[in-house]
Design a protein around this ligand. Structure first.
Ligand SMILES: *[C@@H]1O[C@H](CO)[C@@H](O)[C@H](O)[C@H]1NC(C)=O
Ligand SMILES: *[C@@H]1O[C@H](CO)[C@@H](O)[C@H](O)[C@H]1NC(C)=O
Ligand SMILES: *[C@@H]1O[C@H](CO)[C@@H](O)[C@H](O)[C@H]1NC(C)=O
Ligand SMILES: *[C@@H]1O[C@H](CO)[C@@H](O)[C@H](O)[C@H]1NC(C)=O
Length: 374
């Protein structure tokens, strides 16, 4: 079977693990109230300080050594690393048009030294994250992929948008690194998302996601991702967001491997945010086998699908369509380089509703997305 065939099958058998750690065979509909309480208590650690944002989120400043990540059984004896052993070498590209950045704003406040901001999970969010796992999901992607290789990381600038997404749906734009074989379904990803079911609102947020075997989740809804940045928590609202046929804002997302520390690091706008310890990513070696950049829309099978990207097709072009720019692969010494054209190909699982630019030099930029209603 050719590689493309392999991909399509994986897309079909694949389902997104949402919200909270999932253990195969367990049904969450039967979860008791006390179990919800127990999980909430685990997620929401005692705060040394609490920050309320203008968007209504609450961030607790939690002792960095007591953050939820460390509840992962494999991280029982984990020592937090405050920085990677080496940083990516950012490339000054010749692009004349630089769009301004979307930022994470916690207001004027910051967490005290030794603590990190952890978004407080509400009871409703936890219940909704668990209920969703019982729904029959459908999933569409419009992405650029690499062929199989040994990838040390990737960075990319992603235009931020606020597509129309209703209850129980999620729409994302992200870079995803696949570890092991695709059949083992192990990956880490980051970018922006709109997910009313996970966050109870329609805002565009910075997020990180991982899955390994049957475990994984968004942000810190389950133990795994270690937050390091004191100012930029995963799950926070991005602001400002691109305006239709007007100013386009963007974020730069980088995921890079750290062989020495055995971690995969995440940065936003060239600031280090945190990491996934390699030990929790069972199928990952110290390189990823595939990299994917693009949008994804998921939701219940009985609803028409949400918008992806800006909600407009790639043919609408600059200022209107969702866009990925400067699609970089990192080499072993973490230099940003464009991937070769012949290792790239695109896939759109339902071209009637979402698509990807038809061009060859995708690495310099490409548009993706569409209105949905599939
Ligand atoms: C943590 O350390 C204890 C005591 O040395 C050991 O028994 C346990 O297996 C370790 N756990 C992990 C996940 O390494
Ligand atoms: C976008 O804006 C330009 C300049 O303001 C205008 O000429 C053009 O018609 C607009 N395009 C659309 C599709 O609205
Ligand atoms: C990508 O984002 C970074 C900000 O982290 C910025 O420095 C760079 O100029 C951006 N590239 C383009 C082409 O806009
Ligand atoms: C990575 O790329 C840079 C810049 O092209 C180069 O100097 C360096 O030797 C490369 N590293 C490896 C391990 O190939």
């Amino acid at each position: 079977m050719g590689f493309r065939g392999e991909m399509v099958i994986v897309s079909l058998m694949f389902f997104v693990v949402l919200g909270i750690e999932v253990v195969a065979g367990r049904t969450h509909s039967s979860l008791q109230e006390s179990e919800i309480d127990r999980q909430l208590k685990l997620l929401n650690k005692p705060a040394l300080k609490t920050i309320q944002t203008q968007y209504g989120d609450i961030f607790d400043c939690v002792d960095i050594n007591k953050q939820p990540a460390l509840d992962h059984p494999l991280l029982a004896n984990h020592t937090i690393k405050m920085k990677p052993s080496s940083y990516p070498v950012w490339r000054e590209e010749d692009a004349p048009l630089k769009n301004p950045l979307s930022l994470v704003m916690l207001g004027k406040e910051r967490c005290p030294t030794g603590t990190v901001p952890i978004r407080r999970t509400s009871r409703e969010e936890l219940i909704s994250a668990q209920n969703i796992q019982n729904l029959n999901q459908k999933r569409y992607i419009s992405s650029l992929f690499t062929k199989r290789g040994h990838y040390h990381g990737s960075s990319v600038n992603i235009t931020t948008n606020n597509p129309r997404v209703i209850k129980y749906q999620t729409s994302t734009a992200r870079v995803r690194l696949w570890g092991g074989s695709m059949f083992e379904i192990s990956f880490i990803e980051a970018g922006w998302l709109v997910s009313p079911r996970t966050f109870g609102d329609q805002r565009t947020r910075f997020y990180a996601y991982w899955t390994s075997g049957m475990r994984g989740c968004y942000n810190i809804f389950c133990p795994g991702f270690v937050q390091i940045s004191q100012t930029t928590p995963v799950g926070a609202v991005l602001d400002p967001i691109s305006i239709y046929n007007d100013t386009q804002y963007q974020i730069k997302v980088t995921i890079f491997g750290d062989k020495k520390n055995q971690h995969w690091w995440l940065s936003l706008n060239e600031e280090t945010i945190g990491y996934w310890p390699m030990s929790i990513l069972v199928d990952f070696q110290d390189t990823a086998e595939f990299v994917e950049w693009g949008g994804e829309a998921t939701g219940p099978a009985n609803l028409l699908s949400s918008a992806m990207g800006s909600g407009y097709f790639p043919k609408e072009g600059e200022g209107i369509a969702g866009k990925f720019r400067n699609v970089f692969i990192l080499n072993e010494t973490l230099y940003e380089a464009y991937p070769l054209e012949d290792v790239l190909y695109t896939q759109s699982t339902n071209p009637a509703c979402y698509s990807v630019s038809d061009r060859r030099d995708w690495y310099s930029f490409f548009y993706y997305g569409g209105p949905g209603f599939c």
